[in-house]
Design a protein around this ligand. Structure first.
Ligand code: SF4
Length: 512
């Protein structure tokens, strides 16, 4: 335990139990301490009387418990490439990577958005997966493992629990869990060494009702659920008793019916002399109001991010982000007039049906915004479209790397000419993300080989060549609707038929 940590709940450390569990974060300590889901899961298990739980990160040097005493080892798996760190952490403790090569404990499991959407490329490495919201089923899984020291018995029982996928049992359907949000989830430990130093992070809402066609955060978390207002205020007060830094989290927090009230609650505290720094995750353009911006500015936030995704109204319609240009200009004006110093527009290139005119529209938009808002700092960030399993765009192949890199260079050059800085995510890494995102079980040996060869870009290419895997098939190809998909067995509402309908409505109709 780190001495710079403050626990917001009462820990019981002298438990009379020999059941030991490690909860791992595939990254360094400072990042783990800003990971809400990971820390919350740790807290809920830590509160169980019969379980000793320890947090493990990629830079953990000394552990409280010895690996030979660990019965259960869980990983938070949030990004496609997390498997690289997970493998190196398993090897650090001499645990065979493939499940079939492990005959004793600990049982290894993973949960998080990547494996909830499509666990197939990683199924040979984990004994079980938690599919969907894990807050409650995690506790059930821990209890089963605690009461059943025999590996086979525990796995059999786990395979009978809704929301748990045990690959050796070849379940025909696995239902994704969706939790009713009645209590507010927050960072139960605050640390000076966290990436967001001493920051209390709380979840205001889960999911997003906007349903952009590419967005896994939305489709994996439907319906949008909002924390009750009184619960929010209670949690904010709890956090402010420990720190003056607070961050509100949620894919679409501005859709919370009490978002403005929460901002006002914090604004009033600041005006009455309380020192509070507040930040929010990216705002939707149509939710920027003077009250919200005034609160952010008074709470020390200088810039914000606006996800517009595409430059033209046509393409924004195709992706279901129905923002008008007028709304964008209005949002910039409100941000500027109420105290922010700048805005970063976030966009995506290579979206289905994108044309040269759509790219040109980004530059035109940049020009106009710049001209109308002299002295206001405008920048752009781009990533490239990655088809994600369990979204309406899961059938859409991605554009090839060369053409996307040309587009990225063109945008950077043209925006630079008009004095706007921009950055673009690595198109090459986005390609490998797409391969993994639509991958099937044949990729298990591929991910292992990519790891063995060092996990850099060249390693992925060389692993595909060595194993003779046509990775373009996973990343670039348009799939027909009739094709059965590797992740079809994961049951996620609204279901495949609805996704097909939505794809046809958005892409096939091709707004003009
Ligand atoms: S508004 Fe943002 S979070 Fe919501 S669906 Fe669109 S991209 Fe996803």
């Amino acid at each position: 335990m780190n001495s710079k940590e403050q626990f917001l709940y009462k820990r019981k450390q002298d438990k009379n139990s020999d059941f030991v569990m490690w909860m791992a974060f595939p990254g360094i300590y400072s990042f783990s301490m800003s990971s809400l889901g990971y820390l919350w899961m740790f807290k809920t298990i830590d509160e169980l009387e019969g379980v000793n739980i320890e947090r493990i990160c990629s830079d953990t040097e000394k552990t409280q418990f010895n690996i030979k005493d660990v019965k259960l080892f869980g990983f938070s798996f949030s990004f496609d490439l997390d498997f690289l760190t997970i493998f190196s952490m398993l090897e650090k403790y001499n645990i065979p990577l493939k499940s079939k090569d492990r005959s004793s404990q600990p049982l290894i499991f993973a949960g998080g958005p990547v494996v909830s959407a499509n666990p197939e490329p990683y199924k040979e490495f984990f004994d079980f997966f938690i599919i969907g919201d894990g807050e409650e089923v995690n506790l059930t899984a821990v209890e089963i493992c605690r009461q059943n020291s025999d590996r086979e018995t525990a796995l059999k029982l786990l395979s009978e629990v809704e929301g748990i996928y045990v690959p050796v049992y070849h379940q025909k359907r696995v239902k994704k869990l969706t939790k009713r949000l009645t209590e507010c989830i927050y960072t139960p430990i605050i640390s000076e060494d966290a990436f967001f130093k001493n920051t209390f992070i709380l979840e205001m809402s889960r999911g997003c009702a906007n349903r952009c066609g590419f967005c896994l955060a939305s489709y994996l978390n439907l319906p949008l659920r909002c924390i009750p207002y009184d619960e929010l205020l209670k949690t904010i007060d709890l956090g402010l008793a420990y720190t003056d830094k607070i961050a509100l989290l949620g894919a679409q927090i501005s859709a919370h019916p009490h978002f403005h009230d929460v901002c006002k609650y914090i604004y009033d505290k600041i005006k009455s002399g309380q020192n509070i720094e507040m930040s929010v995750s990216s705002l939707r353009v149509d939710a920027i109001t003077s009250d919200v911006v005034k609160t952010l500015a008074a709470a020390g936030q200088k810039n914000s991010t606006l996800a517009i995704e595409a430059g033209s109204e046509r393409l924004r319609k195709v992706i279901n982000k129905n923002l008008t240009e007028e709304q964008i200009f209005n949002a910039v004006k409100i941000a500027r007039d109420n105290g922010l110093k700048g805005l970063k527009f976030y966009g995506m290139i290579g979206l289905p049906t994108e044309t040269e005119e759509d790219l040109q529209s980004i530059i035109e938009l940049g020009k106009k915004v710049k001209k109308e808002n002299k002295g206001f700092d405008i920048s752009f960030g781009f990533s490239s479209f990655v088809p994600k399993a369990n979204t309406p765009f899961q059938w859409c192949g991605r554009e090839n790397t060369k053409s996307l890199e040309e587009k990225a260079n063109y945008l950077k050059k043209e925006l630079h000419k008009i004095g706007i800085s921009s950055n673009v995510s690595s198109i090459k890494w986005d390609y490998w993300q797409a391969v993994l995102s639509r991958g099937d079980e044949s990729l298990n040996d591929f991910v292992l080989e990519a790891y063995r060869q060092g996990g850099k870009l060249g390693a992925f290419k060389s692993a595909a060549k060595k194993l003779n895997i046509n990775t373009d098939y996973f990343a670039l190809k348009n799939y027909p609707f009739e094709k059965s998909l590797p992740w079809d067995f994961i049951e996620i509402k609204p279901g495949k038929e609805c996704l097909i309908k939505e794809n046809k409505r958005l892409v096939t109709n091709n707004y003009s």
